[in-house]
Ligand binder design. Sequence first.
Ligand code: SF4
Ligand code: SF4
Length: 136
Amino acid sequence: MVVSKRIVLRFPKRITDRPIVYRLIKDYNLEFNILKALITPDKEGLMVLELSGKQQDYDKGINFLTANGVIIQSLSQDVIRNEERCTHCGACVTICPTGAFELDLITRQINFNNEKCLACGLCIKACPPRAMEVHF
Ligand code: SF4
Ligand code: SF4
């Protein structure tokens, strides 16, 4: 059976310089389409992939990634904002790699566009009053 899934890969900074994703093609016969990538040397990296292949190869490829320290999240996770907690401090605006937060120049409030969210989780740790929540 052939599967195709969209996943978020997070690379701890100690492995961002290794050609790990390339090996999914070479060693596991998988195909991928990079939808977004934000990899900076010496910092944590983030990549959103559409990964396809036979179920068996897919499972082996995922095991290979996790064994190499890559953190994998499914895009089916949903990130929401608890409006009662948000203080509109703006700490999330520069952290979000996809620009899901925007300052409204008139109201001075921070708008959250859930459709741009890739569920990378960065804003969850960064939000001082813990207004950002992940739902599975
Ligand atoms: S960091 Fe948290 S409290 Fe601050 S604007 Fe973003 S969601 Fe709201
Ligand atoms: S989880 Fe937060 S930081 Fe990550 S893409 Fe979604 S809104 Fe942006």
